[in-house]
Design a protein around this ligand. Structure first.
Ligand SMILES: NC(=O)c1ccc[n+]([C@@H]2O[C@H](COP(=O)([O-])OP(=O)(O)OC[C@H]3O[C@@H](n4cnc5c(N)ncnc54)[C@H](OP(=O)(O)O)[C@@H]3O)[C@@H](O)[C@H]2O)c1
Length: 330
């Protein structure tokens, strides 16, 4: 046994990465207690080192544009760059070198999670991504760990904050649909490619990851029956209002058939809900998920599905878990 620090490398220092770096420094003592050994940030890869950054207590010498050098030799590699490449190659490099990997990259996991899990198993390392699905809300952990002794039958919820913000503006504040869309764009609430949010691609990625975690099935984005919110009209909202209902974008996954060979169906689509339904009462950019399991019944989780600090909470939880694995190994 050693008490040498566990080395942590960050790939990306944007909204989430900067929050992770700040908290890693601020809470160093706490994380040392929880992991059993101190954690040390050994490098932070960015695209442009000359950018001004708000990183009190984080030595600027840690920032570099050489991501590969940051990965090599780190006990835990934390990917917070987003996108497919170079994120995927760097994660593969980290695993091949024996590092534990943490990421918040939902599209990467939805597209390549199966191959990355195979590689993680081959190299005997962990691959964790709690933050990829509804950020601060620990839904993956509940499905994977708390319900490991139960049989999940369905998962449904509001898993995209931007579209919920838009639908809430229309339903609760009576803002015309088109104006609500424009307002979300102006406030920076939509992804760089707004189709990710508006066409339900972001929600589809999350429900795919949840379904794989719940049932161990090889589902892909192509398996999701997907309809976004762009085809909704003011008339749809009028109709909902007239019948005391609210329109929400709901992602859902449900299983049928034997537990050993579940048949899983997946959908993302706008749904009209009674105004007193818990999802109908999920306001602004918040997220809510209901997990139904045979013995546990319905479990409801809700909270922040985005934001630097909120997402960092989930990332840091994964980092502490990864560090515990490292501490247990050597
Ligand atoms: N923001 C949220 O609320 C949220 C919630 C849940 C999950 N996530 C996920 O978390 C991840 C990070 O999101 P974010 O909002 O923090 O993104 P972001 O603000 O755009 O930050 C991305 C960071 O990665 C760096 N980067 C990008 N490409 C790079 C490259 N080729 N080489 C080196 N560095 C590179 C950027 O460097 P520069 O700083 O030099 O540009 C930046 O520091 C994404 O996968 C996202 O889907 C985000």
């Amino acid at each position: 046994m050693t008490d040498a620090p566990i080395t942590v490398a960050l790939l990306g220092c944007g909204t989430v990465g900067a929050a992770v770096a700040r908290r890693a420094v601020e809470r160093a003592e706490l994380f040392a207690q929880r992991a059993g050994r101190p954690l040390t940030l050994t490098g932070i890869a960015v695209r442009d080192v000359s950018r001004a950054r708000d990183l009190p207590g984080v030595p600027s010498s840690l920032l570099t544009e050489d991501a590969e050098s940051v990965v090599d030799g780190a006990d835990v590699v934390v990917e917070l760059m987003g996108g497919m490449e170079p994120a995927r190659s760097l994660i593969e490099r980290a695993m091949a070198g024996g590092s534990q990997v943490v990421t918040a990259n939902k599209q990467l996991i939805a597209h390549h999670g199966l191959a990355l899990h195979r590689m993680a198993a081959q190299h005997g390392v962990g691959l964790d991504y709690e933050a990829a699905v509804v950020a601060a809300v620990p839904v993956l952990r509940v499905v994977r760990e708390a319900l490991a002794g139960d049989q999940v039958t369905s998962i449904s919820g509001i898993v995209n904050g931007s579209t919920n913000y838009i639908l809430d503006l229309v339903a609760r504040l009576g803002v015309p649909f088109q104006e609500a869309l424009e307002r979300a764009g102006r406030l920076g609430y939509l992804e760089a490619d707004p189709a990710e949010d508006l066409e339900g691609l972001d929600a589809a990625a999350k429900i795919v990851i949840l379904a794989r975690t719940a049932w161990g099935v090889d589902v892909t984005l192509e398996d999701v029956q997907r309809e976004g919110i762009t085809r909704l009209t003011d008339a749809d909202f009028e109709q909902a209002r007239g019948t005391g209902q609210v329109i929400k974008l709901i992602a859902s996954a449900w299983s049928s058939g034997p537990a050993a060979q579940p048949r899983v169906e997946l959908a993302v689509r706008p749904v009209m809900l009674a105004a007193d339904h818990p999802f109908a009462q999920t306001r602004e950019g918040r997220n809510a998920v209901v997990i139904e399991a045979e013995s546990a019944g319905a479990l409801r989780l809700h909270g922040a599905g985005a934001g630097g600090d909120e997402t960092a909470s989930a990332v840091l939880g994964d980092i502490v878990q990864a560090a515990r694995r490292v501490a247990a190994l050597h």
